[in-house]
Write a protein that binds this ligand. Structure first.
Ligand code: ATP
Length: 470
């Protein structure tokens, strides 16, 4: 930047050039990026092109956006500027200073924008008067792959993020492990903070809430506790099944729940089962959980698993050929967390051995996983297969529901889990919504006994066993 220059005394041609270079870059990105991404991340940016055109300072509204733009778009912006201008332009990202008007033109001399060139924390202290939001800025709607399995939950979450306090309050999201419930919740919080940086948002795991209640109890600091929770605009609470049997916690949560709803703050919850399937949670709380919108996230279907693998590989800077993604997706079926694990192995194997990603390489990288899978059938897989077969929800495998139409398939699944896996009775009980081992033993004996007498049941079990053994 030339010393002594002033924005109003710039050489007109460079001033124009700077402006039009940035504008062309933005226009080009508008064509290349999905509309939603462009509108959220690129459109709000303003920039100052330095006089000698070697550097551009891009202003971003807050720290969260800055991290995101830096991770996702800064290289792309630099590449685009270089392409348009014909030589390298370095990109500097800074947070927009609170008051200084940002001229979308040439940079004035440094002394005139003292705060602009430093990364001023505007918006970071968005929850300073309350708790930290505890949000993971990487878990956004943009990084969440959409598919049939999560479409409804995603749409509802998106609605909450854009209009909190209106419809779907509370939003209750349920589903099995590693299916993206937590991710979706963070996405709601992150999006709200982008749109309304001043909002008080808190993400918390139910166990942490329990421990906060215990601390408040021990230290007699319930006023602070209430101040903390009751003043939020958005409470995101993960795995509420952990409230089971914790009476005092349930009472405090009930109070927080009522206070937040009364002031039109939004509550989003997740759980491994739907509200009425929750064990050992007071009825008045269960009925409140169910009073907004309850949506399920199902295990991802094949195409979605393929898309997740390709996207995640891309985000890691590698390309995964479609045929390899199909191979992995066909073999890793249970949940997204396992898919991510498989992907990590493949990428590491490829880098370490300096080999291109191919089906052969994936087969080698996942050797252990594939052989275990061939030998072992997982309880989750049994639960899903049996639930599909008897047309009940997978969540009913963990629920406390007792009608025969649900209890019987659940017993059948427990029986198959004992027959086809190495798991102990207590382990199986745990995987069926924390049931006692005697419940599992009862199911195993009952179904085993009836199988000897009832041809129809025997036939059904035979079909299920064949399906599971592949
Ligand atoms: N649709 C998706 N697109 C991209 N990534 C996903 C998707 N679903 C899940 N993931 C990723 O899979 C991992 C597991 O997801 P997450 O932790 O949200 O699962 P969960 O349902 O909350 O599981 P748990 O009940 O075990 O906490 C995360 O890294 C998440 O980012």
């Amino acid at each position: 930047m030339t010393q002594g220059s002033h924005p109003n005394s710039h050489d007109g041609s460079n001033f124009e050039l700077g402006q039009s270079l940035w504008q062309s870059c933005v226009d080009q990105l508008a064509q290349e990026l999905p509309e939603q991404q462009f509108n959220t991340w690129i459109k709000p940016l303003t920039a100052l092109v330095h006089e000698d055109m070697s550097k551009i300072t891009v202003f971003v509204a807050n720290r969260f956006k800055l991290d995101w733009v830096r991770a996702q778009y800064s290289q792309r912006i630099a590449g685009m500027l270089e392409k348009l201008y014909g030589q390298a332009v370095s990109v500097e990202l800074v947070i927009t200073p609170r008051e200084a008007p940002v001229r979308p033109a040439m940079a004035p001399r440094a002394a005139e924008v003292p705060a602009a060139i430093e990364e001023v924390e505007v918006g970071e202290d968005r929850v300073a008067s309350g708790p930290k939001s505890r949000l993971n800025s990487m878990l956004t709607f943009e990084s969440l792959v959409e598919g049939t399995a999560n479409r409804m939950a995603r749409a509802a979450a998106m609605h909450v993020a854009t209009m909190p306090g209106h419809l779907y309050n509370p939003l209750f999201i349920y589903g099995g492990v590693g299916l993206g419930k937590t991710h979706l919740m963070h996405a709601v919080g992150n999006r709200l903070l982008v749109d309304k940086p001043g909002s008080k948002v808190l993400y918390i795991h139910a166990e942490q809430f329990v421990s906060d209640v215990v601390k408040a109890y021990q230290r007699k600091t319930f006023d602070e506790f209430k101040e903390r929770y009751h003043s939020l605009d958005l409470l995101l609470i993960d795995d509420v099944q952990f409230f089971a049997n914790k009476d005092r916690t349930q009472e405090e949560f009930f109070n927080a729940f009522e206070a937040l709803l009364a002031k039109k703050s939004h509550i989003v919850m997740t759980s491994d089962t739907y509200p009425k399937g929750l064990a050992d949670i007071h009825e008045r709380l269960v009925s409140r959980f169910d009073s907004g919108l309850t949506v399920a996230i199902e295990p991802p279907e094949l195409e979605m698993r393929v898309a997740i693998l390709i996207n995640k590989a891309h985000a890691e800077g590698s390309e995964m050929p479609e045929e390899v993604a199909f191979f992995v997706a066909k073999n890793v079926r249970s949940n997204v967390r396992e898919l991510e694990g498989a992907l990590r192995k493949i990428l590491a194997y490829s880098r370490f051995n300096q080999k291109e990603i191919s089906i052969q390489l994936a087969r080698e990288a996942l050797r252990d996983l594939l052989s275990i899978q061939n030998r072992q059938i997982s309880v989750e897989n049994i639960q899903k297969t049996v639930a599909d077969y008897y047309k009940i929800k997978v969540a009913d495998m963990y629920s406390k529901k007792r009608p025969a139409s649900i209890a019987r398939p659940r017993q059948i699944a427990m029986y198959l889990a004992k027959e086809l896996t190495q798991k102990s009775l207590p382990e199986i009980g745990e995987l069926f919504g924390g049931r006692d081992h005697t419940t599992v033993l009862h199911a195993v004996r009952k179904i085993g006994g009836e199988r000897q007498q009832l041809t129809e049941l025997n036939q059904q079990l035979h079909v299920l066993e064949q399906t599971l053994k592949g």
